[in-house]
Ligand binder design. Sequence first.
Ligand code: FES
Length: 98
Amino acid sequence: MTHATKVNLVVDGRPVAVDAGLSVAAALARAGDGITRTSVSGMARAPLCGMGVCQECRVDIDGRRMLACQTVCRDGMAVTTRLPHPARQAHHLPGTAP
Ligand code: FES
């Protein structure tokens, strides 16, 4: 019996260990609810196509906005999910939640 090598990530500040070779999108699904970002209207989004087309899987990885479905997990990677859509940030009104 062989054991898969584990890779350690930090997802939204929480340590997560997943099998090496997984995409970040798969790691997010295994580690939680798989939500990657929020839409302009604030709705939760998750990977849809899994092949780099829909852009629904955008997350910040080590400070860069990347596609979770096209990124293989690396040891020490820091992933941030649920970031507001840039349009929401740009049009944020004083006194409302971003
Ligand atoms: S899931 Fe569609 S681009 Fe990643």
